[in-house]
Write a protein that binds this ligand. Structure first.
Ligand code: ADP
Length: 484
């Protein structure tokens, strides 16, 4: 089937060449439990080779005219789009997401590359009025150097391009490590990048033992930048290690997104947007809604509308047409989701829908979980503090604006928050008061190439997307010159 198109996946890419290892890691389709590929299980040695190649390639890549870098990126974007059908099929069997979502992710991944192919040409400097007549002050923006990119399994295609495209556009060379659950799509994307004839060493991909590779990169002073998306726990570890050589750090970590629905909101619009967002990628989205705060006057009617929509979702193997919710990534993810749900039930939450794993019949070999809606959720339950990362919609109620803003801001996270209201004054007040990096008003779509995606507090540092995303890979250099 479609996976075969990419041949044997036992390959890494270093210095423009592929290599294989005898020791491999198996990759499993979470819908069927079947092994769909084996990738190299690299460690420190491979990590060092990759950095060596990136470091040697840096002066040449950084020195090329932006227009030239842009041409490679545009070629990569075109190749991704030309292969979108095969890439989406691969992404779906590897990660579990429905084929329609997988296609959307691949197209979005290509869009990021195409956008940065353009933005590469707009890295402008500055001339600043000097203090003396014979002085000139200028500011250059230069690539930081070798960038280490570590990507997660939930959006394993989009995260590769969201990091690699701005880094390469800025003139950085990169070493990338995908998550062990989803390395295949990263390999396929790198195959296409290498087909563009990108200069050897500008982009390198390794797979293997996360902590060994991560530690090797953090300890290497030639790596000047780390861009990581994943858990807050691992992000903190990397940040501590990055401190040793004072590497530049961009982190996109966990979220605990609230969606606040005020009494004056359009209830159908709110319910539709919440269900679409909440069950996308089986709830495994860092900016996905974690907690739904409904004003007490509308809590019951909103809950009914959410249940009505969620009940219709078709759960199944993502690669089957019509599936809307796939499996969770693995068994430990499913156990975590279930333990948060059972904790809430034990503490008094009512189950309006689901509330259990799906283990029979067509679901028996996968890691499926029933779309779940809970009401009567309160701040004492574990799922109000921890990211659920599953198909669970917990509904809480609130009485007034000040109270709900305060409760939402209690979390240590600050990635995304959503609000639904038709009151313009409230839109401004609440958006300004919420301590989150991104606010969705009357809708939940956030990730586009031109806007700065990222969080506050323990949700991270830095932004991806937009010209802001390019800044993450650039250093300022101030030149003061005396004319002679
Ligand atoms: P999740 O909880 O989403 O699986 P992780 O933070 O564990 O998130 O994983 C995100 C990425 O970080 C993956 O590529 C994973 O392999 C990598 N990773 C995990 N542990 C480490 C580590 N100690 N050092 C570097 N990278 C790591």
């Amino acid at each position: 089937m479609s996976v075969k198109k990419w041949g044997n996946f036992n390959r890494y890419w270093i210095n423009g060449e592929k290599g294989t290892l005898n020791q491999t890691i198996e990759v499993i389709n979470p819908a069927t439990g079947q092994v769909i590929g084996k990738v190299p299980c690299g460690g420190e040695e491979l990590a060092h080779h990759a950095v060596e190649a990136a470091w040697k390639a840096f002066p040449d890549w950084a020195g090329r005219p932006a227009k030239e870098r842009s041409v490679y990126l545009q070629a990569w974007a075109d190749k991704i789009l030309n292969h979108r059908t095969e890439l989406a099929a691969l992404l779906s069997v590897e990660q579990g997401k429905p084929i329609a979502e997988a296609r959307g992710e691949i197209e979005g991944a290509a869009e990021f590359v195409a956008w940065y192919a353009e933005e590469a040409k707009r890295v402008y400097g500055e001339i600043i009025p000097a203090s003396r007549p014979n002085q000139r002050i200028s500011v250059l923006r230069q690539p930081v150097g070798v960038a280490a990119l570590i990507t997660p399994w939930n959006y394993p295609a989009a995260m590769v391009t969201r990091k690699a495209a701005p880094a390469l556009a800025a003139g950085c060379t990169v070493v990338l490590k995908p998550a062990k659950e989803t390395p295949l799509i990263a390999i396929a994307l790198f195959d296409l990048l290498m087909e563009t004839g990108l200069p050897g060493g500008a982009a390198n991909l390794v797979t293997g033992e996360a902590s060994k590779i991560g530690n090797a990169w953090m300890a290497d002073e030639r790596v000047r930048k780390i861009s990581f998306t994943g858990s807050t726990e691992v992000g903190k570890k990397l940040m501590r290690r990055a401190a040793y050589h004072v590497k530049r750090v961009s982190l996109e970590l966990g979220g605990n997104a609230p969606a606040i629905v005020f009494a004056d909101a359009d209830p159908d619009q709110a319910a539709a947007a919440i269900v679409d967002n909440k069950f996308e990628n089986c709830g495994q989205m860092c900016n996905g809604i974690n907690l739904i705060y409904a004003h007490q006057e509308i809590a019951q009617s909103l809950s009914e509308k959410i249940v009505e929509r969620a009940r219709q979702l078709k759960v199944g193997d993502g690669s089957e047409q019509g599936t809307q919710v796939g499996p969770l990534i693995n068994e430990s993810a499913r156990k975590k989701v279930d333990s948060l749900v059972q904790d809430a039930i034990a503490k008094g939450a009512q189950v309006l829908l689901g509330g259990h794993a799906l283990t029979d019949g067509v679901y028996q070999h996968g890691t499926f979980y029933a779309p779940t809606v809970l009401t009567g959720v309160d701040d004492g339950m574990n799922l109000t503090k921890e990211e659920v990362f599953g198909p669970v919609a917990p509904i809480l109620s609130f009485a007034n604006e000040d109270e709900v803003v305060k409760r939402c801001n209690q979390t240590r996270y600050g990635l995304a928050a959503y609000l639904f209201t038709r009151d313009l004054g409230r839109v401004h007040r609440v958006s300004e008061a919420l301590e989150f990096g991104m606010i969705g008003v009357n809708g939940t779509s956030l990730s586009v190439p031109q806007a700065p995606f990222g969080g506050m507090k323990e949700s991270g540092i830095g932004r991806e997307g937009g010209h802001h995303g390019l800044e993450e890979f650039l250093e300022l250099k101030y030149i003061s010159m005396v004319l002679n």
